[in-house]
Ligand binder design. Structure first.
Ligand code: ADP
Ligand code: MG
Length: 345
């Protein structure tokens, strides 16, 4: 079942397009991470879905209710959305319990629901505290409890971990993922951190300059990025020039297989993930430098001759088994991804 459906959504500020024709469907119970650099339009997209911004065109449907189209703009408070803004999510003058109770109907179940939500986010016992008596991470937990309490049809989280230390983040990430799964919430989390998107989301949407460039499962985004920009944004990418022909691509690492069979007789850029490479006997590459980090090592190498030289770095577990100056072979495991270069024929 589709929890959220967005069609051709556009929004501009002062004549500048900030959201450009964005469209996607989100199935019920899934988490979508919108991943993109600062300023690409992530917050504006969330605020448009929540009803705090009025888009210029397009349509938004939550469940089977059309909450926005060119004739209709349903008020934010009627959309059944839980929203955790980037900062200042809690009312500073209300206690933790009052914050969580805020959106709940005044009935006999109210207190019980507050306690249930605080337990879900690991904040039982903090009911009487004021927001300023909590750490950043604790505040985010309470903000999540408050957003989840009315059982929203859709939960929107704007960079929920950006104000926290790295150590705290990992734990809170896990706890929030658990809380969302347990409450079977459908959610959108906005982040500029690819590790956060990959570790939490069922679906990732990569955004750039107001465009939703690619939306797919994390593994698809990683192994088959739509363009070079996505490829380098979501992980380390080794890029070498090549020539696609006869269903293969020839490059300094040899003749490799790829899946873009429609690209033929063309200059291409070959994208290889570092973990696809293994070192073996041979003379493809020259070791430039090795750096030992304990749990793994970085091996920097060059491939090819002077005019056509490129560098490649890979990580190996433990101690490096090669040293500076060694000539080695490099095996590429699995398919590579190729991108046609302009004026490539
Ligand atoms: P992100 O959350 O990805 O960092 P935003 O959605 O906050 O991006 O902003 C996208 C662009 O829209 C930015 O260039 C920002 O300056 C602009 N913008 C956002 N809100 C407004 C506003 N209320 N008025 C004018 N420009 C805005
Ligand atoms: Mg933002």
């Amino acid at each position: 079942m589709t929890a959220l459906s967005i069609k051709n959504l556009s929004k501009s500020f002062d004549g500048v397009d900030v959201i450009k024709n964005v469209a996607f469907d989100l199935p019920k119970g899934k988490m979508l991470a919108i991943l993109g650099p600062s300023g690409c339009g992530k917050t504006t997209l969330l605020r448009s879905i929540a009803g705090f911004e009025i888009p210029h065109s397009g349509a938004i449907k939550i469940g089977d209710q059309e909450v926005f189209n060119e004739r209709r703009h349903l008020a934010a408070e009627k959309r059944r959305i839980g929203y955790v803004p980037q900062e200042g999510a809690l009312f500073p003058h209300l206690t933790v319990a009052q914050n969580v109770a805020f959106g709940l109907p005044r009935n006999s179940r109210r207190n019980e629901r507050v306690l249930e939500m605080l337990a879900l986010v690991g904040m039982q016992g903090f009911e009487k505290r004021m927001p300023h008596e909590l750490s950043g991470g604790q505040q985010q937990r309470v903000a999540l409890a408050r957003a989840l309490a009315p059982d929203p049809a859709l939960l929107l989280l704007d960079e929920p971990f950006s104000a926290l230390d790295t150590g705290l983040r990992a734990k809170l990430r896990e706890d929030i993922k658990y809380a969302l799964e347990k409450s079977n919430a459908t959610s959108i989390m906005v982040t500029h951190d690819q590790e956060e998107a990959f570790s939490m989301a069922d679906i990732i949407g990569v955004m750039r300059d107001g465009d939703l460039i690619q939306i797919a499962e994390p593994n698809d985004i990683y192994t088959n990025p739509k363009d070079l920009n996505v490829a380098t944004f979501v992980g380390d990418a080794i890029l070498v020039d090549g020539h696609a022909e006869n269903g293969y691509v020839d490059c300094p690492l040899g003749r490799l297989s790829h899946q873009q069979k429609s690209v033929e007789d063309a200059r291409v850029t070959v994208m290889i993930r570092p973990e696809q490479l293994t070192i073996e006997e041979g003379r493809t590459a020259t070791v430039l430098k090795t750096t030992y980090f304990g749990h793994d090592s970085l091996i920097d190498m060059t491939i090819g001759e002077q005019n056509d030289m490129c560098s490649v770095s890979i990580r190996v577990l433990g101690k490096p088994n090669v040293q500076k100056g060694d000539e080695v072979g490099l095996r590429v495991n699995g398919d590579v991804v190729i991108y046609e270069q302009q004026n490539s024929h």
